[in-house]
Design a protein around this ligand. Structure first.
Ligand code: NDP
Length: 256
């Protein structure tokens, strides 16, 4: 196996039917990995699986609500039986947002965001740990957000969930290094996906975003998946515990 190949490796990518997760599935498959993915919408999942089959990608899928503990357990059982109790790559991509001023969140909204973005991610790491360890070469990649790095108007609960993921990235890098499992995190700024479609339809909003972004545009899912793939490759074998922004320079833009 070469340094720039994922040939023979196995991966679980959560939320692979649209957006960033979809691009990650295709990027990992293109480098030779076998991938399992999940989403909540069965017909959309089946459509994607059909398309990937036609492209010659080896992808399987489960209907799974990542915010449900029992669904997560079933998902990892499926992955374990598909991949002989071994997993090289876990990409924790599922995440959602409810945008509003801090004082307006209900406790239900708080719980939904924390369950979907943070608890699901943490529990999937716990469940996948034995499989990653047995593989002999494990890599976890978290998808957080620049909202977990700097203050942006994305909503405080989302920001807190992403900030927590950034710290989990560092803790697991240290705790699981002995198991030869690396842990890294990708933090995107605005990327054209269904999650932010409505926001990006607002020309004034996009103008405000672009004004803050040195590269003067929003990003594409493929610009995120390329880094995720790199962090899974043997070529990145000495990189662990890092949070890397894919943001057109936004987070380093002081006053220029
Ligand atoms: P999308 O909403 O476009 O896609 C999300 C994918 O995850 C879909 O396949 C969706 O399928 C699936 N999904 C959502 N919720 C669940 C769930 N509870 N259980 C299982 N599957 C689920 O999102 P993006 O691609 O934009 O976002 C991906 C990640 O990137 C998120 O963590 C997000 O916070 C992060 N991010 C995105 C940015 C952006 O600008 N787009 C910026 C910074 C970070 P289904 O709905 O059918 O379940």
């Amino acid at each position: 196996r070469g340094r720039w190949s994922l040939n023979g490796m196995t991966a679980l990518v959560t939320g692979g039917t649209r957006g960033i997760g979809h691009a990650i599935v295709e990027e990992l498959c293109g480098l030779g990995s076998i991938v399992h993915t999940c989403s909540r919408n069965e017909s959309e999942l089946n459509d994607r699986l059909q398309e990937w089959k036609l492209k010659g990608f080896q992808v399987t899928g489960s209907v799974c609500d990542a915010s449900s503990s029992t669904d997560r357990e079933k998902l990892i059982e499926t992955v374990s039986s598909l991949f002989n109790s071994k997993l090289n790559i876990l990409v924790n991509n599922v995440g959602t947002n409810i945008r509003k001023p801090t004082v307006e969140y209900s406790s239900q909204e708080f719980s939904t965001l924390i369950a979907t973005n943070l608890e699901s991610t943490y529990h999937l790491c716990q469940l996948a740990h034995p499989l990653l360890k047995v593989s002999g070469m494990g890599s976890i990649v978290f998808i957080s957000s620049v909202a977990g790095v700097v203050a942006i108007s994305s909503g405080t609960v989302y920001a807190a969930s992403k900030g927590a993921i950034n710290q989990i990235t560092k803790n697991l890098a240290c705790e699981w290094a002995k198991d030869n499992i690396r842990s890294n995190c990708v933090a995107p700024w605005y990327i054209k996906t269904s999650l932010v479609e409505k926001l990006l339809d607002d020309k004034e909003f996009v103008e405000r975003v672009v004004t803050r972004t040195p590269l003067r545009r929003v990003g594409e899912p493929k610009e995120v998946s390329a880094l995720v793939a790199f962090l899974c490759l043997p070529a990145s074998s000495y990189i662990t515990g890092q949070i890397i922004s894919v943001d057109g320079g936004m987070t380093v833009n002081g006053f220029y």
